[in-house]
Write a protein that binds this ligand. Structure first.
Ligand SMILES: [Ca+2]
Ligand SMILES: [Ca+2]
Ligand SMILES: [Ca+2]
Length: 153
């Protein structure tokens, strides 16, 4: 197994990250962190409702699973969600006030995009109205006979 890790402790990223639409982008923040000093924080969306704020990650070629940590301090009707590829079903959802928790291993086999979304419902903010992600770890399997990473394409 080989792991590709992003802990957001510097601005060099282990895989391409699109932080979102201009003006309301996710960003590196020291407000909260699962480890170290930095995490990935959703944009300030106070007063903004009925909208998704999306950070799109390019999945490293050959990766078969990903795990990440999430924390939320927002309204219970607003959600931190993680979507694989074009799926509309979230693989990891947190809402309300929840301390740091690690996602299960999420299957990303054959997929190229992972979307991290702060989804605001139709009304109301609560708490700090923020969500965070830290320590994103993609796993790339290696063959047991030592032939190296399994080619996907
Ligand atoms: Ca960190
Ligand atoms: Ca880094
Ligand atoms: Ca809301």
């Amino acid at each position: 197994m080989a792991d590709i890790v992003e802990d957001f402790e510097d601005s060099n990223y282990a895989f391409p990250i699109n932080f979102g639409a201009s003006g309301k982008t996710w960003f590196r923040s020291t407000t909260e962190s699962q480890s170290g000093n930095y995490s990935l924080q959703a944009p300030n969306t106070s007063g903004i409702n009925n909208q998704d704020f999306t950070c799109t990650i390019t999945i490293p070629p050959g990766a078969t699973s990903v795990r990440l940590w999430g924390m939320t301090d927002c309204e219970t009707a607003d959600n931190l969600m993680v979507f694989v590829g074009s799926s509309s079903s979230s693989s990891f959802t947190r809402s309300g006030f929840t301390p740091w928790a690690q996602s299960p291993a999420i299957d990303v086999t054959g997929q190229t995009q992972l979307r991290i979304v702060y989804r605001k419902d139709v009304s109301q903010d609560a708490g700090r109205n923020l969500v965070w992600v830290d320590n994103i770890v993609f796993t790339i399997p290696t063959k047991v006979n030592g032939w190296g990473p399994v080619p996907l394409f």
